[in-house]
Design a protein around this ligand. Structure first.
Ligand code: SF4
Length: 327
């Protein structure tokens, strides 16, 4: 594996202010993504896990510049992504794509799927004329396991799994190097999930792609990812190789998430199950944001925010109790 990551993000922070209502003022700003560092190597699948609202999707969208961060940097293949503008940004966009959880929502219901898949080819001027575009669309449909004759149909004529295949065909159309897969199978039935995951893994191998694979199914992440990043309340709280994270999770939140899927490591002592809800985004607790739910919290946890520290090769954890074991 090359020493230089394909994607290198440093200090990413993004805050939002909740919308107000007719009689309700706008709420205070909160950090959806808070000082996050993340690397994705070439041809690597990195899993990004955490509960809903932990900032996973926002982070994924920042990495491909669908959302602008307030602070931080993103380098893609050494290029400062956030400095790109206009034509230069448009040209670079073909290198990074997204597969959405709900492909139906991202497909124009009035556009034939052949046109939806062919659109980025035209935008990036990768085909010369209609015939060449149709030929390339047929290849892409075949590559994702759909009959090329389906190019003339509309999204509503497809099943959920078929629509996700269309979304994947659109994402790979321009030959990207990096794909953010944002919960790509969580809206699908189990047998269809397996087919879509197998397709994504096959494409990753065949095309040498890198994925940031956002999911809350930890079994799935373990099966396909080389490295796993755990987020809580907008922050990275643990990061390790998939093997190490599942063998020896250190952060109490990671252990609680894994406890909810006990079959992952047969025989591993049960960790305390996760109870309670994540803190309100607009009322962050003092100290470690996990402390109101943490069965291992000590006094320090209520006073100081733990730093993300390295505890081994490629293994980082943000937890006072883990830090104390190293002293
Ligand atoms: Fe729990 Fe404290 Fe570690 Fe936070 S810092 S995860 S509250 S033990």
């Amino acid at each position: 594996m090359s020493a230089d990551p394909l994607v290198r993000a440093r200090g990413l922070t993004k805050s939002f202010r909740p919308r107000g209502g007719l009689f309700r003022p706008r709420g205070p700003a909160f950090n959806a993504v808070d000082r996050v560092d993340l690397d994705v190597m070439a041809s690597e699948i990195v899993g990004l896990v955490g509960e809903s609202g932990s900032g996973k999707s926002t982070l994924g969208r920042i990495l491909i510049r669908l959302i602008e961060p307030d602070e931080g940097t993103v380098h893609f293949g050494g290029t400062d992504l956030l400095a790109l503008q206009g034509e230069e940004l448009r040209r670079n966009r073909r290198d990074f794509q997204i597969v959405f959880q709900d492909p139906y929502g991202s497909l124009n219901p009035r556009m034939k799927i052949g046109d939806a898949i062919g659109e980025p080819l035209t935008i990036h001027r990768l085909v010369d004329g209609r015939a060449q575009r149709d030929e390339r669309v047929a290849e892409l449909l075949d590559r994702v396991g759909l009959d090329p004759a389906m190019a003339t149909r509309y999204p509503h004529e497809f099943s959920g799994g078929q629509r996700q295949r269309v979304g994947i065909a659109r994402a790979i159309a321009c030959g990207p190097r990096f794909i953010v897969a944002d919960e790509p199978v969580s809206a699908l039935d189990a047998p269809v999930q397996a087919q879509i995951v197998n397709l994504l893994v096959d494409l990753q191998e065949q095309l040498g792609l890198s994925y940031l694979f956002i999911a809350h199914d930890l079994q799935l992440v373990r099966r396909i990812c080389q490295r796993v990043v755990v987020m809580y309340f907008g922050r990275v709280v643990e990061e390790a190789s998939a093997g190490e994270l599942y063998r020896e999770p250190r952060h109490p939140y990671t252990r609680a998430l894994l406890a909810a899927t006990p079959s992952i490591v047969p025989g591993r002592p049960a960790a305390p199950a996760l109870s309670g809800e994540p803190p309100s985004q607009t009322a962050a607790p003092e100290g470690c944001p996990f402390h109101p739910r943490c069965p291992e919290a000590i006094d320090d946890c209520r006073r100081r925010d733990p730093a993300l520290i390295r505890i081994g090769e490629g293994h980082r954890v943000a937890c006072h109790v883990v830090e104390k074991t190293l002293e």
